[in-house]
Design a protein around this ligand. Structure first.
Ligand code: ARG
Length: 461
């Protein structure tokens, strides 16, 4: 049975290559749940407008639920002419309920239908990613609590800079992923505007009350105010792809840190075997592939965003078939991030921090700022203190000793009133404890932040 939705005015059939090129069902079948929810709401609106009887409405709804079940159970059988998800659902509905199905598309276009489906899909996708982000935050938080006072070098320019705690490093990522979750929330807020009822582009003339549709489709807060915009807008997909891309960038940065930290040269953490792989040639190798893939796959998340922006940028009002190209980038980014976040959370939860290796990587030069601060406390202007300590550091390089082994005369050469007490600053734990401004790395502050996050994240979990 020919079940094209638009065959009437055509004398000749679609070419086979064109059909292959045009059909989207092989990927947009994923929209089945959203598509069927939208159709069920639409059937209700048709009944309210007196366009179908209560009985017909009931038949349609029951039939649509059967189709939904077939998809959900993997029993849906696709046929040759199933151009896209909308065609496939309507075709199957007609097979199941007969001619009542012919009325479902009254006053509706695939243009407002697909825009509605995509919004529903995006809202659900954002929710899923947000949950995985939360799990990653909780894994980082567990590590932060266990290592609030574990000393490690902090870096700028990937050069040892000042001592910090491993817990503080963990919480930096918790902050980042929190902003990603907030951005998901923002994007979802704008996705909750219902395009259904906008028709092909101009609105519908059959007396359908669009406001009532938001009651049936409770993911939506309001209806779109302009039918042209309603069917041509894909901002909400672009926004979500941006958030996914940024989230990928944040995962990539975490991954890069852990690639470095798990190397023999650093040795700050050991990744669990379950999230590492070996070499086919070198028997000794244990490679951080989970982290490398997180870093590498961020590329496609960025690429998918750029793909969609490029598709949209030259489109005239309103719907154009180009817009069918919004789906594969979205699905790919969603799948990539979904799995990536789960791998990241599990790898973080199972990684084994190595406090002894972190401590061994601390060197006296990382306390040069503490030394300058000590001079400042004696009334030396900071700029001068910086110069004096710089000269002492130069002496350590010349004499090949650490700052704490530089003889007192050297200190007195730059600041005559110094005595043996100055060596008291060479204590990494105390240096860290002094960084007790809010948001600082002092263990006391890190524990406060852990408590704050624990409360905040547990509330949402
Ligand atoms: N498969 C189409 C898409 O994803 C559905 C909308 C088709 N609309 C149309 N006027 N041909 O964009």
């Amino acid at each position: 049975m020919e079940h094209k939705l638009w065959g009437g005015r055509f004398a000749a059939p679609t070419s086979e290559t064109m059909r292959l090129y045009n059909d989207s069902f092989r990927f947009d079948g994923r929209l089945f749940d959203a598509d069927i929810s939208g159709s069920i709401a639409w059937a209700g609106a048709l009944e309210e407008a007196g366009l179908i009887s209560a009985e017909e409405c009931e038949t349609l709804i029951q039939g649509l639920e059967l189709v939904r079940r077939e998809f959900a159970d993997g029993n849906f059988v696709a046929l040759e002419g199933d151009e896209d998800i909308h065609t496939a659902v309507e075709r199957r509905l007609r097979e199941l309920v007969g001619d009542a199905a012919l009325k479902l598309h009254t006053g509706r276009s695939r243009n407002d239908q697909v825009a509605t489906d995509m919004r529903l899909f995006c809202i659900a996708a954002a929710r899923q990613i947000s949950e995985h982000l939360l799990a990653l935050q909780l894994a980082l938080l567990d590590q932060a609590e266990a290592h609030a006072a574990t000393l490690m070098p902090g870096y700028t320019h990937l050069q040892r800079a000042q001592p910090i705690t491993f817990g503080h490093w963990c919480l930096a990522y918790v902050e980042m992923y929190e902003r990603d979750r907030q951005r998901l929330g923002d994007a979802v807020r704008r996705a909750r505007i219902l395009p259904l009822g906008a028709g092909a582009l101009a609105g519908n003339s059959l007396g359908i009350e669009r406001e009532r549709l938001t009651e049936a489709l409770d993911e939506f807060d309001a209806v779109s105010g302009n039918s042209l915009d309603a069917v041509s807008d894909r901002d909400f997909v672009a926004e979500l792809l941006f958030v996914f891309a940024l989230c990928g960038v944040h995962l990539s940065r975490l991954a890069e840190d852990l690639v470095l930290y798990s190397s023999s040269e650093f040795g700050f953490v050991e990744l669990d075997d379950a999230y590492s792989t070996g070499s086919s040639l070198m028997p000794q190798k244990k490679n951080p592939d989970s982290m490398e893939l997180l870093r590498g796959k961020s590329g496609r998340l960025i690429g998918n965003l750029v793909t969609l922006l490029t598709v949209l940028k030259g489109l005239p009002m309103t719907y154009n078939k180009d817009m069918q190209e919004d789906k594969e980038p979205l699905f790919d980014s969603l799948d990539t991030l979904n799995l990536g976040l789960q791998v990241a959370a599990a790898a973080v939860a199972t990684m084994m921090p190595q406090p002894a290796r972190m401590a061994a990587a601390l060197d006296d030069a990382m306390l040069a700022t503490d030394l300058a601060d000590a001079l400042v406390r004696r009334g030396v202007p900071f700029r001068e203190a910086h110069g004096k300590v710089g000269r002492l550091v130069r002496r350590t390089l010349e004499l090949r000793v650490g700052l704490r082994h530089l003889p007192l005369e050297e200190y007195q050469a730059v600041q005559p009133d110094l005595d043996e007490n100055i060596y008291g600053i060479y204590d990494f734990a105390q240096s860290v404890a002094r960084k007790d401004s809010s948001g600082g790395t002092a263990p006391e502050r890190v524990r406060e932040q852990c408590a704050r996050w624990r409360e905040l994240l547990d509330e949402e979990g």
